[in-house]
Design a binder for this molecule. Structure first.
Ligand code: S3P
Length: 190
């Protein structure tokens, strides 16, 4: 019996702060499970025909968030896949609700110092422009951790290489599907 079969029944959505490896881990996880991979940031860029930096500067953050919400709803209509969400996606109550009802959500979590070091290597993230990454990440963590904490699964990645995190995520997903939590009567039917 294919031990990954139960992991292919629902979309696996990765949430968490920028720099934690949602895209890199997601791509590898999809490969390991033989599932398609979707990256919400790339899909928003494709839909808008411009980069995230340009969407923020030309249209504003609200337009980006609206595009992100629509893209996530569309992706969740697709057959099961691994979905890397942008760091802010899970903050939209609507996106959070649909992600939680149609996917199994996994919060990838790492120390802010680790994330700050990683995000400093790239200058493509509009929220970081002209600011100290660690300070931004501290603010985001404070605002977002309560929402990320609503994910079904939490994986503390430390500073591990992405392939190590993939193994950790697979173990956590397997344990989750072997022993799923009882359904919450307040959740909408799936
Ligand atoms: C954002 C994170 C980015 C991208 C955008 C906004 C955020 O995605 O969606 O720059 O609000 O945290 P990553 O988490 O993939 O970097």
């Amino acid at each position: 019996m294919d031990r990954f079969a139960p992991l292919r029944l629902r979309t696996i959505a990765l949430v968490g702060l920028m720099g934690v490896g949602k895209s890199s881990v997601g791509r590898r996880l999809a490969n390991a499970l033989d599932l398609p991979f979707r990256d919400a940031d790339l899909e928003v860029e494709a839909a808008a025909g411009r980069s995230i930096s340009d969407i923020f500067s030309d249209l504003g953050e609200a337009a980006f968030r609206e595009g992100e919400r629509r893209v996530i709803a569309r992706l969740l209509d697709e057959p099961p896949h691994v979905l890397a969400t942008g760091g802010g996606a899970f903050m939209s109550p609507e996106s959070r609700a649909i992600l939680k009802s149609r996917a199994v959500t996994v919060w990838l979590k790492a120390d802010l110092e680790v994330l700050a070091r990683r995000v400093s290597r790239k200058d493509t993230r509009p929220l970081l422009v002209g600011r100290d990454p660690l300070e931004v990440l501290r603010e985001l963590a404070q605002a977002r951790y309560p929402a990320y904490g609503q994910a079904e699964i939490i994986v503390e990645t430390g500073d591990a290489a992405h392939h190590v995190t993939v193994e950790q995520v697979i173990r956590a997903l397997s344990a989750y599907f072997e022993n799923p939590p009882p359904a919450n009567p307040e959740d909408p039917p799936q």
